[in-house]
Unconditional design. Structure first.
Length: 281
């Protein structure tokens, strides 16, 4: 990393830079099974994460300033065996998908888990994203699930790419915290969860059941999966029919509705609290 007159910067024309730049596109991510993680929080998590015993972080591009500011992250990346490249800000901007890059861009291995492994682990709280198309919303729901202590997240085959850069940024490192299955048909996801003893609830503003009533009735203390639908049109009738119940978050004020991520946070935390209370009894 260091030349005779100071830090040696990677060339903008380097094949490594070109390869990293291509990972902004889904087809290249799928072909290489690699994705980008940007910023100190995501790179920090990637540096200590492993997939099947192998380090998740395989390569890191950093400005000199970021390398000095986040020396512990650079050290963790090196300890993980990642190739560390010093780069000027124009190179980082070229690789990055953000308007204001933070000086660190990591190249990471895919980390999704087989759906069967998630089921075998006996999950108690799961978020299922069905037809969620906005990557920012998907990443935020993943972050909410992580914060609520969920055991897994399932991206159905009609949902956005887990590794979309906006999704990765919105999760703020939660990609690396809990198992995530991708490309699972919603029918298979629901049936598999039911067969594993998990009660499946569909979150829908027009649901027949009220979340407050569910909590008061004490029906939410067992293993639970929540299905969250598309940002604009919610869940189709055929998906609602798959669930054990269709539950609405009550609106006590004058707001028309809640956005996807807010509704997901309310539902997941309600289940987490009910489950903790059940274990305490």
């Amino acid at each position: 990393m260091t030349g005779p007159t100071g830090p040696e910067l990677i060339s903008p024309r380097s094949t490594r830079v070109a390869a990293a730049r291509r990972l902004a596109r889904r087809n290249f991510r799928g072909k290489e099974r690699l994705f980008l993680a940007e910023g100190p929080q995501a790179v920090r998590e990637a540096a200590v994460h492993r997939v099947d015993g192998e380090p998740t972080l395989v390569e890191l591009f950093t400005t000199v300033e970021a390398a000095e500011r986040y020396a512990e992250i650079i050290g963790a990346a090196r300890d993980a065996g990642a190739r560390v490249h010093l780069a000027d800000e124009t190179v980082i901007a070229d690789i990055s998908t953000t308007v204001t890059p933070q000086g660190l861009v990591g190249v990471c291995r895919f980390l999704d888990s087989p759906f069967e492994e998630i089921l075998k682990a006996g999950p108690e709280l799961v978020a299922v994203l069905a037809n969620v198309r906005d990557p920012g919303n998907a990443g935020t729901v993943l972050r909410c699930a992580d914060a609520a202590g969920a055991d897994a997240v399932v991206f159905t085959d009609a949902s956005v790419d887990l590794y979309n850069p906006k999704s990765v940024r919105a999760s703020v490192g939660s990609h690396f915290h809990l198992p995530v299955a991708v490309g699972v048909p919603v029918e298979r996801a629901v049936q598999g969860l039911k067969d594993a003893g998990v009660r499946v609830l569909a979150a829908d503003g027009a649901g027949d059941d009220d979340l407050d009533d569910e909590l008061d009735a004490g029906t939410m203390g067992g293993p639970t999966a929540w299905i969250f639908g598309n940002e604009a049109w919610g869940l189709p009738e055929e998906t609602r029919e798959l669930a054990d119940a269709v539950v609405r978050v009550p609106i006590h004020g004058k707001a028309e509705s809640l956005n996807l991520a807010t509704a997901a946070a309310v539902c997941l935390y309600a289940s987490a609290r009910a489950q903790r209370a059940g274990r305490a009894r």
